[in-house]
Design a protein. Structure first.
Length: 47
């Protein structure tokens, strides 16, 4: 429960544009998510 309030997950050092927000780059997205499946799902919603 404490993790939800930032006990174990602190923001990164402040950076231009992002500030203290944690970001995820393209390599992180590919590692954590099935991007091809996501694209197929979104494309199917448009039909």
């Amino acid at each position: 429960m404490a993790w939800c309030f930032g006990k174990h997950d602190r923001p990164w050092a402040e950076r231009p544009i992002f500030g203290k927000t944690r970001y995820m780059n393209a390599a992180g997205l590919q590692r954590k998510f099935d991007m091809a499946a996501y694209v197929r799902k979104v494309e199917s919603l448009q039909e």
